[in-house]
Design a binder for this molecule. Structure first.
Ligand code: MG
Length: 434
């Protein structure tokens, strides 16, 4: 018997066998759309899943801001036809069948497309039940999710001032990043007019990056901050995979005495075997994972107790369904959650993060983003930031909506890179990980 060809195995989307035997399900998916919008200049992709019940729809985050148009194509050309007619309550079966329908699977494009659908189905289920999604996950473990804010500056004193402002607002966790003068330092957020004149990488016309000057500057930053801010505040730092692995281990050892809450992304996903060596050298708490897309990357780090916080970007691993399994797996190994939550997670993605933050016993901390006024108009029901916490509005589903008319006012910016990360280069011109 020959293998079925793609054409032979292809068929219009129908309910699974146990449903179709009795005809179409009572509630069906009738439309799946990808909606792109950039109210604050960041390209966001949202999925809207509509159903046969008038007015009942769900929303999910599918934002991969560096490749948004590839995700839109995956949703509209592949997932939408695959899902029409399915019962939106079959969340697990839809996730599993859609995941393998491409045969080659995983990766940020397909996982984000799947995430948009998956979160939307949880949103629909919550709306039907009249419950916030965190109640479907077992209910609240806490009143709200503790946030960490980003304090950045040109020098240690400026970082200290910004950290103080957050502490005065009630924050107990602050991530601290400092500019290295003349270099393109991750997370320092220096406006061009304030930046030092920079040495140029060979003929490339952009600020360079060198790991050694950075590795020397960071212990000085935390020496200053602990002296100025005291021992009570939880301080965090993100290396952002930018330095050679042995320099990251050396930096971690130097930072151990400053009692960080966590040190983030010391290694690139390609170098995860170094975590075993780091664990033998230092007890600094490690957070890892915003670039992970496949369980083969993160399961060994958790199983072997090599990290302390899981930092995945929920839409990049495929949505709430895989994330809640991951959170439960982490709980059994004493690993806490710290879901990735910058501005390139849409407000719907932040609302999804919050469902798990509230329902998971092993929640650690949530990265925050202060959305602008325009973004909050496009997404009514944004979770509220107050007193250093993220608060749920306790509405059914994910508790957040999309104003499509407002969204249409903010198309993706017209730019040749279409959201791509520009190259970061060393002084000799060598491109490095961003
Ligand atoms: Mg990070």
């Amino acid at each position: 018997m020959s293998q079925p060809t793609h054409a032979e195995s292809a068929r219009p989307a129908v309910p699974p066998a146990w449903e179709s035997a009795g005809g179409m399900p009572a509630l069906r998916i009738t439309r799946v759309r990808a909606i792109g919008t950039a109210p604050d200049g960041i390209r966001l992709v949202v999925v809207k899943v509509e159903t046969s019940e008038p007015g009942l729809y769900g929303l999910g985050c599918a934002t991969f801001t560096q490749r948004p148009l590839a995700v839109v194509t995956a949703i509209e050309e592949y997932l939408a036809p695959f899902l029409l007619g399915r019962d939106p309550a079959d969340i697990e079966d839809i996730w599993q069948t859609a995941y393998v329908s491409s045969y080659w699977r995983s990766g940020p494009v397909l996982n984000n497309a799947l995430s948009g659908v998956d979160m939307a189905l949880w949103d629909i289920l919550g709306k039907r039940a009249g419950m916030p999604v965190y109640q479907l996950f077992g209910g609240k473990c806490r009143k709200a999710a503790a946030l960490y804010a980003h304090a950045s500056g040109r020098d240690a004193r400026e970082v200290e001032e910004r950290a103080r402002r957050y502490i005065e607002q009630g924050y107990r966790h602050v991530r601290c990043q400092v500019s290295v003068p003349g270099y393109s330092t991750y997370g320092a957020q220096i406006t061009p007019e304030k930046a030092e004149p920079a040495p140029q990488p060979l003929g490339l016309g952009s600020e360079p990056w060198e790991p050694t000057v950075y590795c020397r500057a960071i212990p000085r930053l935390f020496e200053h901050l602990r002296g100025a801010l005291g021992d009570e505040v939880e301080l965090l730092h993100d290396i952002h995979e930018r330095v050679p692995p042995i320099q990251a281990i050396g930096l971690a050892k130097e930072l151990e005495k400053y009692n960080l809450y966590f040190l983030e992304d010391p290694f690139a996903p390609e170098d995860i075997e170094y975590f075993r060596l780091m664990r033998q050298q230092t007890a600094i708490p490690i957070a890892m994972g915003e670039l992970f897309v496949n369980q083969a990357e993160y399961v060994p780090l958790i199983r072997d107790r090599l990290i302390d916080f899981i930092r995945v970007h929920i839409s990049d691993i495929g949505g709430l369904s895989p994330a809640r399994k991951l959170a439960a797996y982490c709980e059994l190994f004493g690993v806490r959650t710290a879901w990735h939550g910058p501005g390139d997670v849409s407000p719907i993605g932040h609302a999804a993060n919050l469902q798990l933050d509230l329902a998971c016993h092993n929640f650690g901390v949530q990265e925050q983003h202060e959305f602008g006024e325009r973004t909050r108009e496009v997404f009514p029901g944004c979770p509220e930031l107050r007193d250093g916490y993220l608060w749920s509005n306790d509405r059914p589903g994910l508790g957040i909506d999309l104003d499509e008319e407002q969204a249409a006012r903010y198309p993706f910016p017209d730019h040749p890179l279409n959201g791509a990360w520009p190259p970061v280069r060393r002084l000799d011109g060598t491109v490095i990980r961003p």
